[in-house]
Design a protein around this ligand. Structure first.
Ligand SMILES: NC(=O)c1ccc[n+]([C@@H]2O[C@H](COP(=O)([O-])OP(=O)(O)OC[C@H]3O[C@@H](n4cnc5c(N)ncnc54)[C@H](OP(=O)(O)O)[C@@H]3O)[C@@H](O)[C@H]2O)c1
Length: 343
């Protein structure tokens, strides 16, 4: 047995009220498992929502927290390794630095807001060699989400040239990576934020950065950026408040991919406009690459091949011991890029 410590909660509440740092006994790693010392934790908005009961419900209480981290392998389970294998570039040696794959970390039973964790080998992802631990902790949620959503929207390294891609809420840790990938693949990029200060910073990462906080400002910004032509693909986590602007701002044949609904979940959809403009509207979660044969490997390959261009922007590091306050900070939306916890 190994005694570890983790942030956990017994009931939904604000991060500061809900979370406590508690010991958890871990079994020795069995076949296909390994023990990881956590070196850096990537923070995600879903964790801020999960602790407050605004995400998928916890399977049981107490529940852990966190899906993304980089760590050092402390011990590897014995015997033949069964089950799905991690990416081919992931070394499985004690002392190796590896990342954890969101979607394959059991947030409830294990999580990543902790000092040591027990994980399946299939939850491992590679760490680009030139990355610091802090950068590596913020890569894979962004790549799994945004490269996969771009692919669903018909944007790949082979097809991006000549296409215009809109990334809304682009100051988010997801948005920054989506923007960087789309640009590296050759697309013309448009980024939005509600904040003029953040738009100033985003301008360096894209072709057009616009202040948009509602559908009207979004549509006006898209029309100005594209000379009224519209975008070919949009990745959007804002939802309800942006949908009329997205439909109006889409070029004929455009794809709109929703991957969250921060502002509300029931947009008004003008079906005649969707039909006449030949639009394709899709939904994406980080679980899709695990369902579509070959997609996970494709996305991991893109993540490694474009690691330099897609390098996360680190908004700041906070102490793991201050995780509740760091989650409150994330909720205030003052950051641009990724907040990372360090033990
Ligand atoms: N589907 C999936 O599998 C999946 C995977 C990962 C993440 N997500 C979702 O993707 C989103 C981004 O995640 P993240 O962790 O990168 O978030 P984040 O860094 O916390 O950024 C979220 C940003 O959204 C913008 N925003 C917040 N409320 C808004 C509103 N009412 N209207 C318009 N914009 C608003 C803010 O940017 P400005 O202040 O600059 O406007 C904020 O900084 C989250 O909603 C998350 O749950 C989904």
């Amino acid at each position: 047995m190994t005694t570890s410590q983790r942030w956990q909660f017994d009931a939904y509440n604000t991060p500061t009220e809900a979370l406590s740092w508690r010991p958890q006994e871990l079994a020795e790693p069995g076949p296909g498992q390994l023990l990881l010392k956590i070196l850096a934790v990537g923070m995600n908005r879903s964790e801020f929502n999960y602790v407050q009961g605004r995400y998928a419900p916890a399977r049981e209480f107490p529940s852990g927290l966190g899906q993304e981290a980089v760590g050092e392998i402390l011990a590897i389970g014995p015997g033949r390794q069964d089950g799905p294998q991690p990416y081919h570039g992931t070394p499985l040696r004690v002392g190796s630095r590896v990342a954890l794959l969101p979607g394959r970390v059991d947030m409830c039973a294990m999580g990543t807001y902790r000092d040591i964790g027990l994980y399946d080998q299939a939850a491992l992802a590679p760490v680009p060699e030139s990355y610091s631990n802090i950068e590596a902790a913020g890569l894979w949620m962004g790549v799994l989400t945004m490269a996969g959503a771009l692919e669903l929207a018909g944007i790949t390294p082979a097809s991006a040239a000549g296409r215009t891609v809109l990334i809304t809420a682009a100051s988010s840790s997801m948005g920054v990576i989506g923007l960087k990938l789309a640009k590296a693949w050759g697309a013309t990029t448009i980024a939005t934020s509600r904040s003029a200060a953040k738009v100033g910073q985003l301008a360096a990462l894209c072709d057009h950065a616009i202040v948009a906080g509602d559908s009207e400002s979004l549509h006006t910004g898209i029309a100005n950026a594209t000379g009224n032509r519209g975008f070919d693909a949009a990745l959007d986590p804002v939802g309800q408040a942006f949908y009329p602007g997205l439909i109006q701002g889409a070029a004929t044949g455009a794809h709109i991919v929703s991957y969250e609904m921060i502002s509300g979940r029931e947009p008004v959809l003008p079906i005649p406009v969707v039909m006449m403009k030949d639009l394709v509207i899709g939904g994406y979660t980080v679980f899709r690459p695990y369902r579509i044969p070959g997609l996970l490997t494709q996305i991991l390959d893109w993540g490694m091949a474009y690691a330099d261009q897609a390098r996360p922007i680190v908004a700041g590091t906070r102490a793991l011991g201050e995780a509740p306050a760091a989650l409150d900070e994330l909720g205030r939306c003052e950051h641009l890029g990724k907040l990372v916890l360090l033990p």
